[in-house]
Design a protein around this ligand. Structure first.
Ligand SMILES: [Zn+2]
Length: 250
């Protein structure tokens, strides 16, 4: 088999993205970060050719290898969101039809969510985790509300002025549809995609142009949550004044 120059360059580019995705995913899965254990969480990366890599169902983050990822056709994964045949019960099986390589393992049930996030050309890496400190709040009666106001400047710089939020939805089709609606609302309101999406009773999704960016957002969101727990003991958050945001977002 001979490859022409462009095919060869495309393969090298895909391999480089895969390596970045593996490195980011393993870092997210380090036990000391408290972001994900066992098979929790999933990650993805756009390949720039209408396909993307997403974690296989059930694979752990911390020790993932290339075999833990599937290559998915973005248009076919997105089409499932509006496919009347697709239900919560059969979404996992129908996702197999979106695989580019027939021999790949079954993609994560959150693949449709990843497909919608990666549809924005500014978003190249997506990291979804179940961080311990965040879940202490997201699983409480307070839910996502404490993250609507800022008190820590570096959380603004890393996670953005406004975050996206959804209530609790069953993972898979229902959650992907809720995320699609929220991201569409966010893009209308703010003219761009969010960097951080928080999901009640579930976890976080970091959206970034780079693997390092998605890792930073994930770690900063968890730090923000740890701080929120701490400031409650000292009279509650001292919220940032309005003038701070112009400086921070400059
Ligand atoms: Zn999850």
């Amino acid at each position: 088999m001979t490859l022409d120059f462009y095919e060869g360059a495309a393969i090298i580019r895909r391999m480089a993205i895969l390596q970045e995705l593996i490195q980011m995913t393993r870092e997210l899965g380090r036990v000391e970060h408290g972001l994900a254990i066992t098979g929790e969480g999933n990650t993805s990366a756009a390949l720039g050719d209408g396909t993307f890599l997403v974690k296989a169902s059930g694979a752990g983050l911390g020790n993932i290898t290339a075999r833990g990822f599937c290559r998915v056709d973005a248009a076919r994964a997105l089409a499932l969101l509006d496919d009347p045949r697709c239900t919560d019960a059969n979404a996992g099986e129908l996702l197999r039809d979106a695989l580019v390589r027939a021999g790949d393992p079954r993609p994560s049930i959150e693949t449709m969510l990843h497909a919608f996030c990666l549809a924005d050309p500014e978003i190249r890496f997506v990291a979804h985790t179940h961080p311990l400190g965040l879940l202490r709040i997201l699983c409480s009666r307070a839910g996502v509300a404490p993250f609507r106001r800022h008190f820590y400047p570096f959380a603004v710089v890393t996670c953005g002025r406004h975050i996206a939020t959804v209530g609790y939805h069953n993972p898979g089709l229902a959650l992907a549809r809720a995320v699609r609606a929220e991201l569409a609302r966010y893009r209308r309101a703010h003219g761009r995609s969010p960097r951080l999406l928080l999901m009640a009773n579930h976890g976080a999704v970091a959206l970034a142009r780079t693997a390092a960016g998605a890792l930073d957002i994930s770690l900063m969101a968890e730090k923000w949550a740890q701080l929120l727990g701490g400031v409650q003991h000292w009279g509650g958050p001292s919220f940032l004044p309005a003038h701070a945001f112009k400086h921070l977002m400059a």
